[in-house]
Design a protein around this ligand. Structure first.
Ligand SMILES: C[S@@+](CC[C@H](N)C(=O)[O-])C[C@H]1O[C@@H](n2cnc3c(N)ncnc32)[C@H](O)[C@@H]1O
Length: 257
C-alpha cells in the first residue's frame, strides 16, 4: 500500500506525468490513484462489486470479519457495513491509525512481517478479505490460518495476480519490475495452482472474476481506458478467470458434514 514497499522500478513506473495532480500532503498514494485515476477507479469498482455480491450472498449474519493487509481500509469500510465486528490487520503504524478511524466496529491490529498467526480465534470468522495483499496468500502459514479461523461455511475473498496471463508473461520477462523491496514477487501462481493450495486447507473455490486485462498501470488516466474496459466487458473476458491477469475469487470453508 505504501510506496516504500515497492521496488524502485515499480514505484517510478507510476509516473506523476501519467495522471493530473499528485497526492496531497498526508494523502495515501494508493487512495489517491484509486479515487483520482481512471485505472484506479476501474480496479476498485471490479473488486468492490465482487465483494458486495459475496457479502450479499452470505447465508448467515456476518458476526466477525477479518481484513488481512487492510491498507487504509477502502475495503474494510465495505465489510464494516455488513459485519458486527471487523478486525483489520496491518504492519504499518500510520495505516493502523487510519484503520482505527474507519468505523466504530473496526478494530485495527498491528502485526509484523514476521507474524504467522491471524489475530482472531479459531472457528470464529465468517469472512476473510485479502485484497491485493499478494504476498499473504502465497504463505503456507496464512492458508493454514484461514482454515483455523474460518467457521464452517465461512468465506475467503482474495485476489491473485495470475501467472498464466499476458501480464504474468510480461512479469516473467521483466522480473525486477514485479518484485517488492521485501523480495515478494507477483504473478507466482496460476488459478489452478492457487485453488489447489487452498483446497488442501479445506477451502473450495466457488466464484472467480477476471479483471485487469487492460494494458495500463494503476495511475493511468488514458482516454483509451473506458473503451477498452467496455470491450473487456463485451468480450466477457471477466468470465475467463483462468487466463485473466488479475482474479478476485471467493472460497468457502468446508461445510459441516
Ligand atoms: C497493496 S496494499 C492493499 C491494501 C488493501 N487490501 C486494499 O486493497 O486497499 C497491501 C497491504 O498489505 C500490508 N501488509 C504487508 N505485509 C503484511 C503482513 N504480513 N500482514 C498484514 N499486512 C501486511 C501492506 O502494509 C499494505 O498496506
Amino acid at each position: 500500500m505504501k510506496r516504500s514497499l515497492l521496488s524502485k522500478t515499480q514505484t517510478t513506473g507510476t509516473s506523476a506525468n501519467s495522471h493530473p495532480g499528485s497526492p496531497t500532503d498526508g494523502e495515501n498514494y494508493w487512495d489517491f490513484v484509486d479515487s483520482q485515476t481512471s485505472m484506479g477507479r476501474y480496479l476498485t469498482a471490479n473488486e468492490k462489486k465482487f465483494i458486495v455480491e459475496s457479502l450479499n450472498g452470505y447465508p448467515n449474519p456476518i458476526e466477525l470479519a477479518l481484513d488481512a493487509g487492510a491498507g487504509t481500509g477502502r475495503h474494510t469500510r465495505i465489510v464494516a457495513t455488513y459485519a458486527t465486528q471487523v478486525v483489520a490487520m496491518e504492519i504499518e503504524d500510520d495505516l493502523v491509525a487510519a484503520l482505527a478511524r474507519v468505523a466504530p466496529n473496526v478494530q485495527a491490529v498491528r502485526v509484523t512481517p514476521e507474524t504467522t498467526t491471524l489475530p482472531v480465534d479459531s472457528n470464529s470468522t465468517d469472512c476473510i478479505l485479502c485484497i491485493e495483499a499478494v504476498f499473504l496468500p502465497e504463505q503456507e502459514w496464512f492458508r493454514e490460518e484461514c482454515g483455523r479461523v474460518l467457521r464452517p461455511g465461512g468465506m475467503l475473498i482474495v485476489t491473485l495476480q495470475n501467472r498464466l496471463s499476458w501480464k504474468g508473461l510480461w512479469a516473467k520477462l521483466r522480473p525486477g519490475r514485479y518484485r517488492y523491496a521485501t523480495g515478494d514477487v507477483y504473478y507466482v501462481h496460476s488459478l489452478g495452482e492457487f485453488s489447489d493450495m487452498f483446497r488442501r486447507v479445506g477451502l473450495e473455490l466457488r466464484d472467480a472474476l477476471g479483471y485487469n486485462w487492460l494494458p495500463f498501470n494503476r495511475a493511468s488516466n488514458s482516454l483509451l481506458l473506458r473503451p477498452l474496459a467496455i470491450l473487456e466487458a463485451l468480450l466477457q473476458l471477466r468470465r475467463l478467470p483462468s487466463l485473466s491477469p488479475w482474479i478476485i475469487m471467493r472460497f468457502v470453508f468446508k461445510e459441516e458434514s
